[in-house]
Design a protein around this ligand. Structure first.
Ligand SMILES: Nc1ncnc2c1ncn2[C@@H]1O[C@H](COP(=O)(O)OP(=O)(O)OP(=O)(O)O)[C@@H](O)[C@H]1O
Length: 219
């Protein structure tokens, strides 16, 4: 279970964006999160992926409380949670080839032979060897997002947070990427938090949907 309990988080203004938020994502479960723009969905994604420290509350990964965030996050907990953001171009180093982008997390981890694992992942997300040699400005948003998804899956995370992963993509690429995540979750038991304002998409993708009101309260 990836869980957040009593989470309070915000930015410099001192006004919390998240107030006492509780959320649980079980292994193998796809939890949808919907809510109006600005209600704090991406903030919750940052806290749950350990990229931002909450002001109060607790994140736990498989029962183990998280004691550090950002650079202080324990590596085992950080790599247990993958993340894909809305805008792939803001999530990658523009100087890297797609191969280097997918391979990045594998470099610091000796568990997998890099080239074999990259080949496996690119096949899984529907990229070709030719596309892997290109840099971000030479591919479409959809192709780059496929690379970002492959990178997120590289270290076999136990949980995956998809923050508006398909918001910039057309219907067929959206269906393809959601299909990759759903197959992956079914075969490996990865728990997924799918954040989207696309209710029809969540209704087919998620096992259950949490709906936030502007105040951050659940419906
Ligand atoms: N880096 C930041 N610095 C200051 N305020 C921020 C920052 N990021 C987000 N906020 C503010 O926090 C609030 C919640 O933002 P957040 O991005 O979490 O909402 P969201 O529900 O994901 O919105 P959207 O659906 O538009 O992506 C907003 O009022 C936003 O302006």
């Amino acid at each position: 279970m990836l869980s957040g309990t009593g989470l309070v988080a915000g930015y410099r203004s001192g006004v919390p964006v998240l107030s006492e938020v509780d959320i649980q994502i079980a292994r193998g479960e796809v939890v949808g999160l919907a809510g109006p723009s600005g209600c704090g969905k991406s903030t919750l994604a940052r806290v749950l992926t350990l990229l931002m420290a909450p002001w109060a509350g607790q994140v736990s990964v498989d029962g183990e409380p998280v004691r550090g965030f950002r650079h202080a996050a324990p590596r085992a907990q950080r790599t247990a949670i993958g993340v894909v953001f809305q805008q792939p171009r803001l999530s990658v180093d523009p100087r890297f080839t797609l191969h280097q982008i997918v391979a990045e997390p594998l470099r610091a981890n000796r568990k997998h032979p890099v080239d074999e694992r990259v080949a496996e992942l690119t096949d899984q997300v529907g990229l070709t060897a030719e596309l892997l040699r290109r840099r971000p400005h030479e591919v479409s948003d959809g192709q780059l997002q496929r690379a970002c998804l492959a990178r997120a899956l590289a270290l076999e995370p136990r949980y995956l947070v998809c923050d508006e992963m398909t918001a910039m993509l057309d219907a067929s690429t959206t269906a393809a990427l959601v299909g990759v995540v759903a197959d992956h979750s079914n075969s490996t038991g990865t728990g997924v938090l799918a954040i989207s304002h696309d209710e029809p998409l969540l209704s087919v993708w998620a096992d259950r949907v949490v709906r936030w009101q502007p105040t951050g309260e659940e419906q």
